[in-house]
Design a binder for this molecule. Structure first.
Ligand SMILES: Cc1ncc(COP(=O)(O)O)c(C=O)c1O
Length: 438
């Protein structure tokens, strides 16, 4: 299992005592190659430059994706990675098939197929009452993942600071490092009472803002906590953004997955934020197509121009036929979204009692499709050893929560479960979890 602790790339040196391979050196005709071989011990690179960027030494592989590999290895029920194991809507699969049949097989316009951009602008007007120019303010990317990194690369300079609430969606840390920015973390604290909310300390948030702050990354509804930021919380963040001249980059990928009448409010819809917000969203979660890799960033024209440049040179464009299917998806009727949220409420209420019965303390999510839990009762030293035990011995994969925190100790007593699964998958997980003792 990947460990989260970052390690600096090592400048590996060949051991002086290691045996050489004379036959290989003798056969080399090129003087540089012969010199290289002479200095090199078998199986080791020559001393000198190391070939890795220092940046990659500052983060590890994704723990979430690693847990999926662990689940496959141990034939475990995968409640780790957030992807549905049930079919996507028939209408949008047909739209994708039709687009391929109609030979929509070549590069789409770099910043997105016109049909999809028009559909995104139309829906922003319906859902958020925001008028967006599809020609100048939308960039379609390879998933919201690419929209986030393209945005950060487009707006950050080395030394800029980016404020991130923690626990955070794993990608934001590496995204900041890759863009040269320094992440500054602000804690979300778990609910003190059953059914309570994750909260943050406004004073701690204020302390994170200063003249170096370029942006705040906000994810609502939130992964992994299930928190949905309230209007008053968003207004408080808005006031800081305005006071310190900071950009809000909001990941709203779970916008339609809400429970108990909770309202999703887009930061861009708040007074004063239109010119300083990048809104990121995508098809993955709303239409159960995480493998299609279609997402987008909506931003004021000047910022969009910069995002489009980065996006172009990173990927040229998102999959063309799937963008056409995206236009069809965004035209589904309002009932689709109501049914989606209700389906996830049923799944949440299916999984949570089995977790509670097995000994987990659950933090009830208000949105998104994860439940964070406290594992104190099981007596493990940390979340990694617990997750290892769970996947290997019990046959259920979860995500150790230390991967959502800068300091792994903060997540040592928590793990996250995804419930975007079929009832039979959740039943099987419940059967296996019942074997846990505490
Ligand atoms: C908060 C958040 N943002 C982004 C993503 C990835 O989205 P996409 O598939 O559009 O790249 C995920 C996936 O789990 C997520 O939880």
């Amino acid at each position: 299992m990947a460990r989260r602790t970052s390690s600096k790339p090592k400048n590996r040196k060949a051991s002086a005592k290691a045996p050489r391979r004379p036959s290989q050196q003798q056969n080399l005709k090129s003087p540089p190659l012969a010199k290289h071989a002479k200095n090199r011990a078998p199986g080791l690179p020559a001393p000198g430059k190391h070939f890795l960027s220092d940046k990659v030494g500052h983060f590890t592989e994704s723990v979430i994706r690693e847990m999926t590999r662990q689940a496959m290895l141990h034939n475990a029920v995968n409640l780790a990675q957030g992807f549905p194991d049930f079919p996507a809507p028939a209408e949008i699969k047909q739209a994708a098939q039709q687009a391929v049949a109609a030979d929509v097989n070549q590069y789409a316009i770099t910043w997105g197929a016109k049909n999809l951009r028009n559909a995104i602008a139309r829906q922003m007007a319906v859902w958020q009452k925001i008028t967006v120019d599809p020609e100048k303010e939308i960039t379609v990317c390879c998933g919201s993942t690419e929209a986030m990194i393209s945005t950060l690369l487009a707006v950050c300079n080395t030394g800029d600071e980016v404020v991130i609430f923690e626990p955070f969606y794993e990608n934001y840390g590496p995204d900041s490092v890759l863009s040269g920015a320094k992440p500054k973390f602000v804690k979300l604290r778990p609910p003190a009472t059953d059914g309570g909310e994750w909260t943050f300390d406004p004073k701690e948030l204020r302390r994170a803002f200063d003249k170096h702050t370029k942006a705040i990354i906000l994810n609502t509804p939130n992964n992994p906590t299930g928190k949905v930021f309230t209007r008053s919380e968003l207004e408080l963040i808005r006031d800081l953004c305005v006071e310190f001249d900071v950009l809000a980059i909001t990941d709203e990928i779970y916008e339609h997955i809400l429970y108990e009448g909770t309202e999703h409010i887009s930061m861009v819809s708040l007074e004063g934020m239109r010119e300083r917000t990048v809104t990121i969203n995508g098809m993955s979660k709303t239409y159960s197509v995480t493998g299609w890799r279609v997402g987008w960033a909506v931003a004021p024209e000047k910022i969009t121009n910069a995002i489009r440049k980065v996006h172009d040179f990173l990927t040229v464009g998102a999959p063309a036929p799937l963008q056409e299917a995206g236009a069809a998806a965004l035209s589904l009727p309002p009932e689709y979204y109501a049914k989606l949220a209700e389906g996830y409420r049923v799944r949440r209420d299916h999984l949570m009692p089995s977790l509670t019965a097995a000994g987990f303390k659950c933090f009830r999510p208000r949105g998104a499709y994860y439940v964070m839990t406290d594992i104190s009762t099981f007596g493990f030293t940390d979340d990694i050893s617990f997750a290892k035990y769970l996947v290997q011995e019990i046959g259920v994969a979860c995500v150790p929560a230390s991967s959502f925190y800068r300091d792994p100790r903060d997540g040592a007593k928590q793990v996250r479960f995804a419930f975007c699964k079929k009832p039979e998958t959740l039943d099987e997980a419940a059967r296996r979890l019942a074997r846990l003792t505490h």
